[in-house]
Design a protein around this ligand. Sequence first.
Ligand code: PLP
Length: 434
Amino acid sequence: MTPSTDLNIPLFERAKALIPGGVNSPVRAFKAVGGTPRFIKRAQGAYFWDANDQRFIDYIGSWGPMILGHGHPAVLDAVQKAALEGFSFGAPTEREVELAEEILGLVPSMEMIRLVSSGTEAGMSAIRLARGATGRSKFIKFEGCYHGHADSLLVKAGSGLATFGNATSAGVPPEVVQHTLVLEYNNVAQLEEAFALHGKELACVMIEPIAGNMNLVRASVPFMKRCRELCTEYGALLVLDEVMTGFRVALGSAQSVYAKAIPGFKPDITVLGKVIGGGMPLAAFGGPRAIMEHLAPLGAVYQAGTLSGNPVATACGLATLREIKKPGFFDALSARTRSLVDGLSAAAAAEGVPFSADCEGGMFGFFLLPELPQNYAQVLKTDNARFNTLFHGLLDRGVYIAPALYEAGFVSSAHTADDIDATVAAAREVFKTL
Ligand SMILES: *Cc1c(COP(=O)(O)O)cnc(C)c1O
């Protein structure tokens, strides 16, 4: 397509004049990979179409929520009915109770839940709750994990374990991040050292169990086990950020995957988002009654939201959860995702491209590295230029993966074996050029 016929270009120009960078969330701007972002007009099933009516196989699924693909009939029906009944009341509804029952029935570590509108809000509120419930200020997070953009979470490691973090964003005062300790993911020795130094002052450890914001890196079983043990020993809370993994990697979320390897494993607080809204703004955090009762109006930890538990969003989330609960859903989704990862790995091997990949449920990640990285520093060893060639090669062939190498990918139940085959064939062509 020549620039004069690419309709995304004038749209991007219009957007840039009005919206910083032309986007309402930075990664959409294609800054990492270069080129013009595609403006999406519509979507159906596993596909979406851009301003030129070019079709793409969608592997970002709105960054995770679209686990049923786009426009699933049962979800559309629920949303249309809910919209006719009213958009927002600012008063309780039965559907919020139904969604709470549905989620708590699937994730037994939670006895109570609070619904909010975004993962950022949920993560920020979970930290406040952990601090309020323990009466402590400090907390641990890990390099490469993303928990939304609350001030105290936009932090990179300081120098050494005695110094706390440095803000990664302008506008975040040093005082606000002075209680955030940033450690290396999957580093048991460092975690133990940090607890020995600060354990009694820690409100919580917050972690993405299967990190999806440094592509895909799993917390090792021994690491997760030590997180749990040390939190229990020192009276800190273990906060699992399952905004991405929740109802995406398994029906019981990532905590059910770890509970298979660590008997009795459960977090104190779970943070959810993405899939539970099915594409509408909806997120949540929950845990045992004794912790959740610290929240207003019962307790002293304040938290509120005008659109929290929105009636249209809850209808969308409920309809989505009811579909993924059906017998065999996750087996089929996992097998499809596995076939993509295996196909890509075989194609890379055939073309002699260093490649490693992993998946769980409907979430996958791959690296142009010979071995799967275990932490953020190892992820950074990926060659950006080669990734960008791969990204644009796939995009030109109608395959849309995340426009940044730090992002996981997502397969939906609408992706067919033919979609996977077409994707692998496209990748093999691009691998030849790497
Ligand atoms: C997406 C994400 C968030 C932030 O959610 P938003 O709805 O974008 O605010 C938080 N944590 C994790 C693990 C995420 O993947």
